[in-house]
Design a protein around this ligand. Structure first.
Ligand code: AMP
Length: 223
């Protein structure tokens, strides 16, 4: 049996991680494990985690490592994650990467690749401030670059649930970019030391970027 594909997508907010993770789910059945989506879901459900995370998220800051590590530990233990996964938005600090390594070691799970998606800051700001997300299924649109067929309605699941995330405003994006530069970018050399990193230009069309990911990780020819 082919080895499971266990991928990590690393990139600034708005670099296209969520879009590419959704494609990998659709084309390869790899569960998209998006910590941002999980936290937003927890907020909607009003769980203790959701309440605790809310202030950090709305300010554009990172949620404390301990909360994130517990969340991902529970998620990776689910049956669907045993046949491969795509981590989208985790790890965001070296401490999270170290904790993840520890978890994977205990289950004998190997990472296949860490794909870094490079997009310049000004392109990120343009992408994020025009971004609209679906509250029901987390699909992502852009008011100019990939508008839904009908304003406010999700092309993917049909719900009238498109909204602008509270942290997708320009001032919050700048704070999130700083968190990426100060903290998350450190996970790149961490994984480079393990020989796992593939860097690619995230500025192309979603199709081009997807093709580059498939080529880099050898995920079959379904690009
Ligand atoms: P995202 O949807 O990936 O852009 O994440 C939205 C927000 O959720 C981030 O700005 C953080 O506040 C929080 N968040 C998501 N994943 C993590 C993580 N791995 N570590 C810390 N905070 C996170």
């Amino acid at each position: 049996m082919a080895k499971p594909l266990n991928l990590i997508l690393v990139g600034a907010p708005g670099s296209g991680k969520g879009t590419q993770a959704q494609r990998l789910l659709e084309q390869h059945g790899l569960p998209q494990i998006s910590t941002g989506d999980m936290l937003r879901q927890a907020q909607r459900e009003g769980t203790a985690l959701g309440l605790e995370a809310k202030g950090y998220m709305n300010a554009g800051q990172l949620v404390p490592d301990a909360l994130m590590v517990n969340l991902i530990r529970e998620r990776l233990a689910q049956p669907d994650a045993q046949k491969g996964f795509v981590l989208d938005g985790f790890p965001r600090t070296v401490a999270q990467a170290e904790a993840l390594d520890g978890m994977l070691r205990t289950t004998g799970t190997e990472l296949s690749a860490v794909v870094v998606m490079d997009v310049p800051d000004e392109a990120i700001v343009e992408r994020i401030t025009g971004r609209r997300s679906c509250k029901a299924c987390s699909a992502v649109f852009h008011v100019r670059f990939s508008p839904p067929k009908q304003a406010g309605v999700c092309d993917r699941c049909g719900a009238s649930a498109l909204y602008q995330r509270e942290d997708d405003t320009e001032d919050k994006v700048r704070v999130r970019l700083k968190a990426f530069a100060d903290q998350t970018s450190q996970v790149i050399p961490y994984y480079q030391r393990q020989g796992l990193v593939t860097r690619l230009n995230g500025l192309g069309t979603p199709e081009d970027v997807y093709a580059a990911i498939v080529k880099a990780v050898g995920a079959g020819a379904k690009a």
